[in-house]
Design a protein around this ligand. Sequence first.
Ligand SMILES: *Cc1c(COP(=O)(O)O)cnc(C)c1O
Length: 305
Amino acid sequence: MHEQTLAIHAGYEKDNQKTMSVPIYMTTAYDFGSADFAASSFNLEQGTDNVYTRVGNPTTAVLERRFAEIEGGSASLAVASGMAAIFYSILNIADSGDNIVVANQLYGGTVTLFSQTLKRLGIESRFFDINDIDKMKDLIDENTKCIFFETITNPSIEVPDFDAIVKIADKNGVLTIVDNTVATPILCQPFLLGVDVLVHSASKYITGQGNAIGGLIVERKNLSEKIKDNSRYPHFNAPETSYHGLVFADSVVSSVLFTFRARMILLRDTGAVLSPHNSWLFIQGLETLSLRMKQHTQSALAIAK
Ligand SMILES: *Cc1c(COP(=O)(O)O)cnc(C)c1O
């Protein structure tokens, strides 16, 4: 299916009321029916649906499924802002003492997050020149957890050499995380270029109306093959204390490891959850995204000429 079709239909199974428009579920909690069911839900035996809105909500789930399909990924996680999406994408894999290799041209908020806040948490950011990718490989060591860059840099509108970066990343078994905010999946689908994880600010083109702040993390299909048994990523391969020693990579969620862990560890513990109302606004925005991007592109070309 084309993105335009997915943007209107994907990820929504009509509920009992058969509403054509996706309903807004303004609820914090859900009826478990029995204490046993509640216990198994909290032990992740029921998947992630409908435990508590901090970690999942039916309206937000439509946005997440729809957006993952439009990007051609396997799953996505919606959060309260683009900055929360970026922060979680890093915290999901890096601890104090680790480092990340990041493009020298990035959105200003991302630069301060990487160079100031992550630094205070003990995570070092090593900046590489996007016009000299060859030098980048010297920055990677055994504590490097990802290579982070933007599809179209904001604000300098440059496009890094994806092939060269992905080649170095894959050779080293390092994840690539790309901020696809400016391109949107309508102009570029970085998963087709071999990237592993995408982050987005939904606050820009996705809302289209400037009416809500939000963010998304998307993982590519079969990402677990790169993570499983990869010694760089103990977060997915070692027993998780807060889930009674569960190893995510060996569990039922192994096909959506990255977003699952971000949801059930980071969102659970730090709570930058998207309001279901804002999820609904982004669902409305997605419906017209392809039309708006076409017009933005035509206008930009006319101005450039
Ligand atoms: C705006 C923006 C962000 C931050 O997103 P918020 O939703 O404002 O938190 C991150 N990356 C890029 C490229 C952006 O343009």
